[in-house]
Design a binder for this molecule. Structure first.
Ligand code: ZN
Length: 458
């Protein structure tokens, strides 16, 4: 005989998983020692580049003697001294819109200032830009503009007609430098979307992204200590994650309040036209209404961390339920005395489910709050009474403060000797039994209608 389903546990794995999402600090700490300290000029404000990549300033960079950004012969220290002694080089660089394709595999020869400038000012294709067709072809697939909105980490290189991951180019821990997006441009446009998503899902990309964000934050606030910058970056990430979860939780709460099922049997996870569950429809509505945080999250998150799967929905429902339950219990403890209402019903899987409601007075108002369903092995008075007593014990409610019991008139509930009410009275004689008034009304209506119908036929 299967065991009854236990009551909700606030320390479910779902809670743990979601908590880790909220407080993830990633590997930022690990990158502390690897960050370069030298930078030869104040960090420039990031600007949107809307012109062609500035090849002139790139040439001036080469002519002026600072070849560090263009070849790999100079060391980082040479680059730093070059910048500190030649402000013209730095200023010409900071005014340009560098093509990221000229800098991959050159991290060691770039100053931190150079990297910051490339990350924040790299060339972006303007709206009028026509992406070229593959070399030597008159038709075929080409780079698509919307990919850059969908994946903010992508950067286009005109010199290669390819895309890079701007974070991995400078911060990847990948040992193989010939990897697409990192050490060589990606331009297999037929498989682009699949490969771009694949790269965005890798742990090494996420690690590089976090290092890059920390780096940019440190460069923007050079006066702040590294710990402060890392804490701020982590706090910003946590805040962003909270906003994402808040958007998802609000949809679940709305469905709960309106009595809407979240999904059908096969509507899991993917947000698309074919998935028409209420949850996904509301998610889409929220994004279309301007929830950019949620939009960006779903466009860039790893496929196993969307936080919209049925598993996450169920975890969130349980967490919300636990929270509501704890608030109700706080009110009941505050009221001290309480009553219970219970009834059992057979579910679709032929299991007996005992629904349990608490009735109490809170701030002068009578409240009746549903607490839980308890799966029962059978529906004898003894089993049901034990389940109720166990639930009250688990919630920390004193059975001696029970003042009323309301059930239907079935003998297993209302029986004077072996019914639930009699067994609870054995424990606390002050727990008076009242035949549930709503159930009486239901019986009355049913009987009246039945008689009215039969008289009509006569
Ligand atoms: Zn990457």
């Amino acid at each position: 005989m299967p065991r009854p389903k236990p009551l909700r546990n606030a320390d479910s794995s779902g809670t743990m998983k979601l908590t880790s999402f909220l407080v993830q600090r990633d590997s930022a700490g690990a990158s502390k020692g690897k960050m370069h300290k030298e930078h030869c000029y104040p960090a420039p404000e990031p600007v949107m580049a809307e012109t062609e990549p500035d090849s002139v300033s790139q040439q001036s960079l080469e002519k002026s003697g600072d070849t560090t950004a263009c070849d790999n012969n100079s060391s980082a220290s040479q680059s730093a001294s070059s910048c500190s002694s030649d402000q013209d080089v730095c200023s010409s660089f900071s005014a340009s819109s560098p093509d990221i394709g000229k800098f991959f595999n050159k991290r060691s020869s770039l100053t931190d200032g150079d990297v910051f400038h490339i990350l924040t000012n790299h060339w972006k294709p303007p709206s009028s830009y026509q992406f070229p067709l593959p070399k030597g072809k008159k038709q075929g697939r080409r780079c698509q503009r919307q990919w850059f909105e969908q994946f903010p980490w992508l950067a286009y290189s005109t010199s290669d007609d390819g895309v890079f991951c701007k974070h991995c180019v400078f911060f990847s821990s990948c040992e193989n430098l010939q990897v697409n997006f990192v050490g060589k441009p990606f331009n297999q446009w037929q498989k682009a979307l699949e490969k771009i998503r694949e790269h965005g899902d890798t742990g090494k990309h996420r690690d590089a992204l976090m290092k890059s964000e920390n780096f940019v934050a440190r460069m923007k606030q050079p006066e702040a200590g590294i710990d402060v910058v890392l804490d701020e970056a982590a706090a910003a990430q946590i805040e962003k994650n909270r906003l994402v979860l808040a958007g998802i939780i609000k949809i679940i709460l709305l469905c709960g309040r309106q009595g809407l099922a979240l999904r059908g049997t096969d509507d899991d996870g993917v947000l698309g036209e074919n998935n028409r569950s209420n949850f996904n429809a509301l998610l889409k509505f929220s994004i279309d209404s301007g929830n950019d945080t949620l939009k960006q999250h779903l466009q860039t998150c790893a496929s196993n961390a969307t936080y919209i799967s049925k598993t996450t929905q169920n975890n969130l429902i349980q967490i919300i339920g636990d929270e509501i339950q704890s608030q109700v219990l706080a009110e009941v403890r505050d009221a001290k005395f309480f009553s219970i209402l219970a009834d059992e019903v057979t579910d679709k899987a032929n299991w007996e489910q005992l629904s349990l409601v608490l009735r109490y007075v809170h701030k002068g108002e009578i409240k009746e709050e549903f607490m839980t369903f308890i799966q029962c092995e059978d529906i004898t008075g003894e089993t049901l009474a034990n389940n109720i007593l166990n639930a009250l014990r688990e919630w920390g409610l004193d059975i001696q403060n029970l003042r009323g019991q309301g059930y239907d008139g079935a003998s297993n509930m209302s029986g004077k000797f072996k019914g639930v009410q009699a067994r609870l009275k054995e424990v606390n004689p002050k727990a008076l039994y009242v035949h549930c008034a709503s159930h009486c009304l239901n019986l009355l209506c049913f009987e009246s209608l039945q008689r009215a119908t039969s008289e009509e036929h006569v």
